[in-house]
Design a protein around this ligand. Sequence first.
Ligand code: SF4
Length: 217
Amino acid sequence: MDKREKAKKVLDILEQEFPEAKSALEFKNPLELLIATILSAQATDKLVNRVTPELFKKYKSAKDYALAPIEEIERMIGSVNFFRNKARNIKACASRIAEVHNGKVPDKLEELTELPGVGRKTANIVLGNAFGKNALAVDTHVKRVAQRLGLTENDDPDRIEADLCKIIPPERWTRTTHLFIMHGRTTCKAASPKCETCPIKDYSVYYKTEYKRIRKG
Ligand code: SF4
């Protein structure tokens, strides 16, 4: 079975498993999602969702963040890991949006990735979820699931994104992110994947090789 066909079968099954899969971050507009996504690096979505309501109430526009004292932003996001770095990135990113993009979060990948602290993953999350564009974001779950299924041989997230985008039709890119994240969180866990009960084990290279080898050993 070629990778294109395998990806289709896997996504069809995961759609059945997780029809409700969507971003766990809470937001009402592109700016809120951008800020929440910056905060979510190496932090849980749950923690981010605890911090953002107060933040979003206080700062409503890119200019608000740009004008806010950095110490104030730091204090408001203080429970999130790397809060100092993140506060700096949020302020720098918002300043650029205010100055260069007239206060509006850009809806193009090239423009988003030019913002301070915004990489392809964050940009694709914003494009796919706040702008409804076709965008495949590769986080740690997407990377692990894609590798274990044998849909990519690469380790670099940008290359994995390119590999997946070659074999998955654009209209399924955003869903692929949500479905692989849900599958990675619930079944294909990093340390102990639940391979025996996995609904896509027939398509998993890891299951046929590593998992069976470990079980035998
Ligand atoms: S069989 Fe195991 S490794 Fe393969 S996708 Fe399922 S949970 Fe992940």
